[in-house]
Design a protein around this ligand. Structure first.
Ligand code: GLY
Length: 379
């Protein structure tokens, strides 16, 4: 198995090496078009994954070229937060953890530290005391935006890190409150998850769950469920609350139990083989990372089941979804979905359907790294 993963990591880092000339001063767009990424400025919620892939590649190969490129991009992230370029949302963790926190952890970069702390300040400015959560999007306090989303669980490690380096507990305190509110509302009786949850602006009472990128409000958007898998694992690491472990098991079981034959989910867990719907390979990559994060913290008796599930998903990603040749794609993982329109959810326009996306590439490489070596998480 480890030979398969070593070869896969080699293929991935070869592609990343050949990407450096095009994607150092510029970033990759969130998703590929025709399986090829075009260059982008440092905007949207996804550019941190490009830098994060370079840090992982640096850790895997010790090739200084990756470190150099990642540090150039770290400067760009400082510029972005100082000039408030497209940072009016909660995705500070996705942007600043795999880029700038990683830069600080791996090279003691003061630029990375400064940028990531500014990003943490920006994130806590979105805390809504009435309801006890970090507002995901839009104008702060606006009724139509008074909600949290499951993805945000991955933004919280930035806050725990900020508390650790500043010795100011306010970041971690807010992260813990947000976790509590999220886990109390996002997970349904059957252990599937809502994508987003609204609160009453005046009383803070939870009102209703709504999807943003899933097939329908009551379904489990595959990537949302995967954010739940990784999010509950991280919540357990940081809070050590038994409830987080229980919820990890529940959310992960739901995910695993809804995998099709090849162990990589369709974009919404409503769909099964024969549905003709596209797969979202990124959801499998995220779930693998979440399971590998949680594995050492699970009782020994439970480890085998989850380790096997993670191995099956990762093996399938390597064999059936990974890019084998740069002529095929300049990404790492094929067959993801960014957003798909549905008859029950007219909000998203089809975007990045059956394409690579930067978070799929990043979490695929993180999963390989976790499987190959002892890895000190950026999250
Ligand atoms: N966090 C946004 C997404 O998963 O598409």
């Amino acid at each position: 198995m480890s030979k398969l993963y070593l070869q896969a990591a080699q293929a991935a880092t070869d592609i990343l090496k050949s990407n450096l000339s095009k994607f150092t001063d510029k970033f990759q767009m969130s998703n590929s078009v025709g399986n090829f990424y075009q260059p982008s400025e440092n905007v949207e919620w996804t550019t941190g994954f490009c830098t994060g892939e370079y840090w992982l590649a640096y850790e895997l190969t010790q090739d200084e070229a990756f470190k150099k490129a990642a540090l150039v991009q770290t400067e760009s992230f400082l510029h972005r937060i100082e000039n408030k370029v497209d940072v009016n949302h909660h995705d500070m963790g996705f942007l600043y953890t795999p880029s700038c926190v990683a830069a600080y952890k791996l090279t003691q970069s003061e630029t990375g530290k400064k940028a990531a702390l500014l990003a943490a300040d920006n994130l806590v400015s979105r805390f809504q005391a009435v309801g006890g959560f970090l507002q995901a999007w839009g104008e702060l306090g606006a009724e139509e935006n008074y909600r949290l989303i499951i993805d945000c669980l991955l933004n919280l490690p930035l806050l725990y890190w900020a508390s650790e380096v500043t010795k100011d507990s306010k970041y971690a305190d807010i992260a813990k409150l947000h976790t509590k509110t999220s886990l109390a509302n996002l997970i349904r009786e059957d252990n599937s998850t809502y994508h987003t949850y609204f609160f009453d602006k005046k009383t803070g009472k939870p009102t209703h769950g709504v999807t943003h990128q899933g097939y329908r409000d009551g379904s489990a958007w595959a990537r949302g469920q995967a954010w739940g898998v990784y999010g509950t694992a991280l919540a357990y690491r940081y809070t050590k609350e038994e409830q987080c472990k229980d919820l990890f098991i529940k959310v992960t079981d739901f995910f695993i139990n809804h995998l099709p034959q090849d162990n990589v989910p369709y974009w919404d867990l409503d769909f099964t083989d024969g549905s003709n719907e596209p797969k979202d390979s990124s959801a499998a990559a995220i779930a693998v990372c979440g399971i590998l994060e949680m594995l050492p913290m699970l009782p020994e008796l439970q480890q085998e089941k989850y380790e096997q599930a993670a191995q099956k998903m990762l093996e399938s990603l390597v064999k059936n979804y990974a890019v084998k040749d740069i002529a095929q794609s300049n990404g790492l993982l094929l067959h993801g979905v960014y957003a798909k329109n549905s008859p029950y959810n007219p909000i998203p326009k089809d975007r990045g359907v059956d394409e690579c996306n930067t978070w799929g590439d990043y979490f695929y490489l993180e999963a390989l790294t976790r499987s190959i070596k002892q890895w000190n998480p950026y999250w």
